[in-house]
Design a protein around this ligand. Sequence first.
Ligand code: PBG
Length: 337
Amino acid sequence: MASDFKLVLPIRPRRLRRTASLRAMVEETVLRPADFIAPLFVVEGKGKPDPIASMPGVNRFCIRDLVKECRELHRAGVPAVALFPKLDPKLKNDEGTQALNPDTLVLRAVRAVKNAVPELTVITDVALDPYTSHGHDGVLNEARDNVANDRTVGILAEMALLQAEAGVDLVAPSDMMDGRVGAIRRALDGAGYTDTGILAYSAKYNSAYYGPFRDAVGSAQAAGMKLLSKATYQMNPANRLEAIEEVLLDVAEGADMVMVKPAGLYLDIIREVRNATNRPVVAYQISGEYAQIHAAAKMGWLDLARCRHESLLAIKRAGADLILTYFAKDMARVLQG
Ligand code: PBG
């Protein structure tokens, strides 16, 4: 009879799942507020926080509110923020010249945050997409059919230098040009900024899930009706070995930390990168990953808090030491209790 069925089993994995106490004792991966980096959007003026429709709960802040948000993040135990400016479209042009204005929005934001919350690690993006009228991360070649690598790198190195002068702790090249990490390191060292670190977006894929972010900074609108394709510099999502190549190159050029982006769809890459380098590995849970969880929760199809936790746990379990996530403040507060 089925009810009398007995197995002779020396090993029963369920034994260690029986009580909450036992489960906690054998838990392998634990999230903590210090695991997170909060990406934040900043705009000119003194207006109220401007919500981003495709990213529920995420706002574009004026500098005053950005500083307030940074104080709250610091209080919640989040160690770092990554700042992204949304520029007035009138300030954008083909060459992205606002990126080299020593008083451009993001640099004023850095000074304000560093002044108010000096203990908070401040990270800035090194890429031209918030500044160019075509929305690309660099300047175009003469035929205007590709981003010009070396000329872009020259501009990025100057941009990184301005960010270092403004007081950032880490500059984060997200542009995927060849040779930019080395050029930025030389520029920083040459000017005496030997303590300013480089968080390299090393394996950044050409993902369809960046959509909400491009709304947030206006790079999609800048590109106009034509679809903004970054396939000539961001990596093909089909490739795995190339990610390791990119990581090793960036480490050789002087990257202090390396990044895999997006995160949740690229857990295999995070693990391989973890195994390929002893540098800290950062993963970016991007706007589309965040938007998906919120959208499904809004429909009543998924539980927001549990999916948020599981999505981040998976990224850490895969091998990420740090995670850029729009959930940073919510998660830190939940974890702090
Ligand atoms: C580009 C940049 C992108 C993100 C951050 N910096 C994407 C892109 O437009 O290629 C995406 C972040 C996100 O989707 O959350 N320099």
